[in-house]
Write a new protein. Sequence first.
Length: 373
Amino acid sequence: MIRFLTAGESHGNKLIGIIEGIPANLYLDIDYINKELKRRQMGFGRSHRMKIENDEVMILSGVNNNLTTGSPISISIENRGTNIELVEVTKPRPGHGDLVGALKYNQAGGRNILERASARETAMRVALGSICKLLLREFNIGINSHVINIGGVEGAINYYNGLNLDDLDLADKSELRVLDKESEKKMIDKIEEAKEEGNSLGGTIEIIGRNIPVGLGSHINWERKLDGRLAAALMGIQGIKAVEIGLGTMAAEVKGSSFQDEIVYTTKYERKTNHAGGIEAGISNGEDIVLRATMKPIPTLRKPLETVDMVTKEKTLAQFERSDVCAVPSASIVAENMVAYIVADEILRKFGGDFMEETILNYNNYLKYLEKR
């Protein structure tokens, strides 16, 4: 079982993370982790802060000679550009945690809330999730994503419409992580328009897990269902307001005979289609796991919305904090790494092992068992 904890604030000195449960003898590729952090900072529509930050991890424990030791791994990421005067936020932003957090924790304003609620925290989640990606790489399991909607502009390519899985690696060549250039141009125009208006945009990400074996998750109890765990991991990302699995809400528009994935047998059990998104009864079925996460528009606006001053209780305009116009491409990287965390945790729950060689042996024996079924 893997668990992790993050600590730190948007304008604090550092972000701190601890991840426990990674077996011994996993090669920890620091360059790979830093590359994942760089991917998170990419994307048209990001704020000036992305030009300031140059995220790199420092390994504090749990690794020796680039190999994990089986102990908790602790890492830090330095915050740059923190030498700005921080003022209390008493004019809370609609859609942000300023007001509800200040009321819940008995704060004078929202400063202490927004510092932790900030999406800056996701940098550490990407760093820790990338360790899980490195573990999954030992089993040839890949987690990829691409953006399929920004501001209502639908991309022409998705898993159920023309996607070539081999093209997923090309998403990083796009400023918006979009796989078709025509849609990308329309989305960029939409972001430019929102920027001129002092507005913001959300969008939808598609995440795909490949080469995931049958049998992760369980039908036994609700909290062990793989789809439930994945949905919770994605919903826990700042700004995410909806999660779909497989055809998702489109399932409401078709009959059962069209939706269900018929079963065939070649050298193994397979499905003719993958409308279920690779999960049945809370258990992975061996097909690609297909997820979508929808992010709301960022609540900090250059043309602020109406709010109430927490001191005077009078009507006013919301305070402005440095912000992106659109952070959907960045959220897609966070989503990949949160999915990697859940899948890696399920791998270790099923196959166990205190060191990687043991886990891999158990995994390969399971694949041999499946060949006989």
